[in-house]
Design a protein around this ligand. Structure first.
Ligand SMILES: [Fe+2]
Length: 507
């Protein structure tokens, strides 16, 4: 995982050719000079030189590549070497392996702007996390890896815009709850085709349970590091998921199933060894920064990502510090969040978080913000006290789409609206679903006695949210069925939220 020789952007002449290539062997430099950067990572052209002959193995890139946590000057590039994903060590030799990476401005890798070498270590399951700096803000880039003479598939990523830059629009895809055994990842395939600039994954990236028998879940329920690594590797063998990772950088936060159903805080029911194993495997397989490396049973996952003057994403961890009957965020995270509201100058302040935020008279699931009303009150007051321009909550976990208006006083859902919640359904969890609870905002809005719950749809899918300075547009995308591959995907409903007018408008 160590990042070595993140070579500064090499000097280029006007044709984009490399003038110097400090980290590559001389033969590769010559190849670049002769034919441009395209050949730099192509097997056979640069694999000779100092590489030990023992670093040869079958294609190790079956788990794909990913990127995440974009900043104005870089992001994390991820891969894990695993020629044999189902085996305990991924089929890798028990020693560190060097992995070359390169970043280009174009998808043919003719204009490479950075390259370097990272070390994939056996103690990190031969995963690689390259934290890039020195890239230009607000730009699309392409990246790929090479190891053992094999070239990874290429993928697209991007940097965030500069902190105060004006940004005309940002399209974000939002997903959660992808139980491998419960169905096909058609939603991920469609998400990739929609080409969002950023993907938010709001938890239940994978499941420790076996799902509904549609697909082989990939071994027994995990309880140790080897088991969680096997589950993650099995998840990544899905080509639709790999395509979704390859289209844009992701911001990930977990919910419960990355460890075990309904875990919360330090209740003591989960063996520390199991918790540490799940956390470590999660970090190994996600495009997360070094700041999130777990320390035993602790992992720092809440963080903020700015997108110019357009939006700020406050990514929350409502699992690790949750106290039954008490705070859902813990005191430190809450302080950090409220400070973030006060410091924000963003057009849209977006919470990326796990569980249903709006009040619900039917009780809904027990493990939502309804069970932590004081925490919710302080967040809502934080918006108004800080004068946040537009408050938006993005939510996973429910396994259904919802669109909710957020009242200033949860006890008075008919009262003043201060924010908007968009809840994305699951990728597969819950199976095919039905149209029975679908509603486009008329009648009871799918929310029973709750007029602020404007839309509900019991289908699988994902959410597309397009942020502009003057408008947020949400498209609720649904998959006809997940028990068979390749089902049709449609937009079940769309809503808009005008700038400084919290509340949902159909269409
Ligand atoms: Fe879930």
């Amino acid at each position: 995982m160590t990042h070595r020789a993140g070579s500064p952007a090499p000097h280029q002449d006007r044709a984009g050719r490399m003038a110097t290539v400090p980290t590559m062997p001389r033969r590769a430099a010559l190849a670049l000079g002769a034919a441009g950067a395209l050949t730099a990572l192509v097997p056979g052209t640069a694999a000779a030189g100092p590489r030990p002959a023992a670093d040869r193995f079958a294609d190790p890139f079956g788990l794909g590549v990913a990127s995440g946590d974009p900043a104005p000057d870089g992001m994390v590039l991820w891969t894990r070497l695993a020629p044999d994903p189902s085996s305990q060590d991924g089929g890798m030799p028990p020693r560190p392996v060097e992995v070359d990476w390169e970043v280009a401005e174009d998808d043919r890798f003719a204009r490479v702007v950075q390259r370097g070498t990272a070390t994939a270590a056996p103690q990190d399951a031969h995963s690689v996390h390259v934290e890039l700096t020195g890239l230009a803000p607000g730009r699309e880039y392409h990246y790929r890896f090479r190891a053992g003479g094999h070239l990874s598939p290429p993928a697209r990523t991007r940097t965030a815009p500069a902190p105060c830059a004006a940004v005309p629009a940002l399209t974000v895809a939002v997903a959660s709850c992808a139980n491998y055994g419960s169905g096909h990842f058609t939603a991920y395939r469609a998400l990739a085709a929609d080409a969002p600039e950023l993907v938010l994954h709001l938890g239940d990236y994978l499941y420790e349970n076996d799902g509904d028998g549609v697909r082989d879940p990939g071994g027994p329920e995990p309880e140790d590091l080897a088991g969680y690594r096997r589950r993650h590797a099995h998840q990544r063998t899905d080509p639709d998921l790999r395509a979704a990772h390859a289209v844009a950088p992701w911001l990930v936060v977990w919910d419960d199933h990355e460890l075990v159903n309904n875990w919360a805080g330090a209740e003591g029911k989960i063996a520390p060894r199991r918790r540490a194993a799940a956390f470590k495997a999660y970090w190994e397989h996600m495009p997360l920064r070094r700041a999130s490396v777990p320390r035993g049973i602790d992992m720092l996952l809440y963080r903020r990502i700015g997108w110019g003057s357009l939006a700020t994403f406050h990514m929350l961890d409502t699992r690790q510090y949750r106290k039954p009957g008490g705070s859902i965020t813990g005191a430190a995270q809450e302080r950090w969040l409220l400070d973030g509201f006060r410091d924000s100058t963003a057009g849209w302040d977006v919470l990326g978080q796990q569980v249903f935020f709006a009040p619900r008279s039917d009780g809904g699931k027990r493990q939502t913000w309804d069970a932590h009303p004081d925490s919710r009150d302080r967040v809502v007051r934080g918006w108004t006290d800080a004068g946040v321009r537009n408050a938006v909550v993005l939510t996973g976990d429910e396994h259904e789409h919802y669109a909710n208006e957020l009242p200033a006083d949860p006890g008075e859902p008919d009262g003043r609206i201060v924010g908007t919640e968009l809840v994305t359904t699951s990728v597969t969890s819950g199976g095919d679903g039905s149209d029975t609870s679908e509603d486009d905002g008329g009648g009871d809005g799918g929310g029973g006695d709750d007029p602020h719950i404007r839309f509900r749809a019991d289908r699988r899918g994902y959410l597309l949210a397009r942020f502009e300075p003057g408008l947020l547009r949400a498209d609720f995308r649904t998959v006809e069925r997940v028990t068979e591959p390749g089902a049709p995907v449609r937009t079940a409903a769309s809503f808009t939220v005008p700038d400084r007018e919290p509340g949902l408008h159909p269409g």
